[in-house]
Structure formats: C-alpha cells, structure tokens
Design a protein around this ligand. Structure first.
Ligand SMILES: [Fe+2]
Ligand SMILES: [Fe+2]
Length: 356
C-alpha cells in the first residue's frame, strides 16, 4: 500500500495519492495496482517491477484511468526509487497515450508491502473445535519461525560465549600489565555481550515459541605474567576475533539494520552494531599496545598475520534472503561483509605494521 502526493490530472494540481498493490514474484515481479488521486481520478495499472540492487527498484506498466468529469484514458506507467521488497519510496508517473490527455500525473509516495511480514501469532479463526490458517501464510510462517529461531539462537550462543571471552581478556590484559583503559574497555565489552546475548535469546525464544535454558561458560586467564609469546597470542587473537570477527559482525549488523522491518530485531541490531564497532576498535587498541610492549618479535608476528588470510567463522546454515525483514543477511552477504572487512583491516594493518 502507498500514501503520498501527486501532481497533475483533472481538478486540483496537487492531490493525495493512495493505493493498493498486489505483487507476484520476488526480485522480478508482476504487479497490479489500484490507486486514487484525490477524488478526481482512479487508476488501475498492471506491469512488472524489478529490484535493481539491494536498495532500489524500477517498474513499468500499462494503465487505465478514469477521471472526473467523464474522462477516460490509458497510458504508460513508469516508476522507481529507493526501496526493497518490503517498502520504499515510489517516484513515478503516468503518460497518457490514448483517451484524455488530462490524465497525466507525477507521484511521490512512500509504500510498504505488509504481506511479507509474517506475524508470529494472532487471534485464532475458530471453526468448530479447530482453527483455520491461510495455507500459504501458514507455510511461510513455519519456515520463517524455524529459520529465524535457529539463526538467532546461533547468534545468541556466540554472543553469550563472548562474555567469558572478554572477562578472560580483561584478566589477561591485567596480568600482562596493559593500561587500565584497555582492561576497563574489555570488561565493559563483556557487559555489552551480555546484552547482545539476552536480545538474541529473546528473538530466538520468540520465533521458537519456547524459552531456552543455557549453561554458563567460564574461562580463566591463560597468562599470569608478561611474555613475548603471551603478547603475540593476544595480538593475533585481537586481529582474528576483534579486528576481523567483530568488525564483520558490526558490518553485518549495520547492513541488517538498513533493511530490518521487525521492531524487536531493529532494537537488538541498533545496539549490537555500534557495540561491535567499538569492540573492533578495542582490538586495534590491543594490537597497538601488544606491538609497543612486545618489541620486534611481536610486531613481526602481527605483520606476518596480515599477510595470511584468517579462517572464516561461518556457522549458520540460514541462507534465506526473504528473512531480511528480520535483519538477517544471507550467507553470501555475510561472506561479502567479511571480505570487505578483511580487505580494509588488512590494508590498515599493513599501513601500520609493514616493514616492522
Ligand atoms: Fe556481540
Ligand atoms: Fe563484540
């Protein structure tokens, strides 16, 4: 459905533009739209809409229009604008070809396709002892529920594991004599991860329809005094898990946030994205400190790790681009985000440490 303003046509030059669109397909889709222009014209369009990128679309179709007083015509309908399958901004217009030339218009109208949003529950439609569900939506919801529950549960477990990882990191930084600022940031990151885990478990519970019981993890510091090997290990882990891992997680969250239309998912991602960016920066700070404190052997190890590609952490089977309304990225999109971060982070690492 859309609601915006239009220019042209019979009567007032500026009108309210409103309408309903049925769309049949995915990236390339047929559509039928019935729309009104104030109270002076009604228009029916059939055509094709095409996603041109992840954030834009174009459409073309044939239109039949009926206007007051007694105007009748047909023409070509062209449109496009920023948006995705869930909504966007329709910038379009009608060029009359047959009938009354007064039935032209230009429109600018925000739109949404709420039919893609699969509600997790609702008031049951009862028939006798049973309840009825629309078959297609029911199937879609079942797939969405299972896939979303699994994807968010994977995230939740990874987030929860990050809590002891950061607490151990804080302890190890302390044992190695790192500045207070880094230790405090690691402890604060553990708190952030606790929030992320809670938010992700809540999403998983919502889609699974059940609560989860989890066993807490614990990890003790592995070093009790400074040494070149300890500093090297911390530096390499900072690179792999922070600069790359959390950097990619931040980019995925940002990209998910750009398309999410689920309020709870949006709330979770809007906290996760800046937190993960901060965690990635913390790792750059740890790298710098390790390089400074550890001398040339640590700097050489850091420079060497920048010449190797890090193993990719890909564990989720979820690969459904129609889950994007829940802020989910496909496996291919996550790989692309990871590759982008690897390229940027490697360039940054080499600028800083090459020739060390
Ligand atoms: Fe996190
Ligand atoms: Fe993190």
């Amino acid at each position: 459905m859309h609601l915006g303003i239009a220019f042209g046509g019979p009567g007032l030059p500026v009108k309210l533009n409103y309408g309903l669109t049925g769309r049949f397909g995915q990236d390339t889709a047929a559509f039928v739209r019935l729309e009104g222009f104030g109270i002076s014209a009604l228009q029916m369009t059939a055509g094709v809409t095409q996603m041109l990128s992840t954030s834009g679309f174009g459409e073309a179709g044939a239109t039949a229009a009926l206007g007051r007083p007694g105007l009748l015509g047909g023409g070509l309908r062209l449109g496009g604008g920023p948006g995705d399958r869930g909504g966007g901004l329709l910038l379009g217009g009608t060029i009359p070809i047959v009938g009354d030339a007064a039935l032209w218009n230009l429109q600018i109208s925000p739109f949404v396709y709420p039919a893609e949003v699969c509600l997790p529950s609702g008031r049951a439609l009862r028939f006798g002892d049973g309840v009825a569900l629309p078959p297609v939506l029911a199937i879609e919801c079942a797939r969405a529920d299972a896939a979303l529950a699994s994807a968010w549960l994977d995230d939740a477990r990874a987030e929860l594991a990050s809590v002891p990882a950061f607490l151990r990191l804080a302890g190890e930084l302390s044992a190695l004599g790192a500045p207070t600022q880094l230790r405090d940031a690691a402890r604060a990151a553990a708190d952030d991860e606790r929030h992320h885990a809670r938010a992700a478990f809540s999403m998983a519970s919502r889609w699974a329809g059940t609560a989860f019981a989890v066993a807490p993890l614990d990890a003790q510091p592995r070093f009790d005094r400074p040494s070149p090997s300890a500093l090297t290990q911390l530096a390499i882990e900072a690179w792999q898990d922070g600069c790359l891992g959390e950097g990619a997680a931040a980019l995925c969250a940002r990209r998910g946030l750009a398309r999410v239309r689920d309020e709870q998912a949006a709330s979770a991602l809007s906290r996760i994205a800046p937190d993960e960016e901060r965690h990635a920066e913390l790792s750059w700070g740890i790298l710098e400190w390790c390089a400074g404190a550890g001398g040339s052997s640590v700097r050489d190890a850091i420079a060497e790790v920048g010449r190797r590609s890090a193993p990719e952490q890909e564990h989720s089977p979820e690969d459904e681009d129609w889950l994007s309304w829940n802020g989910r990225l496909t496996a291919a999109e996550r790989r692309a985000a990871r590759a982008q971060i690897e390229e940027q982070a490697t360039a940054r690492l080499n600028r800083r440490f090459s020739g060390a």
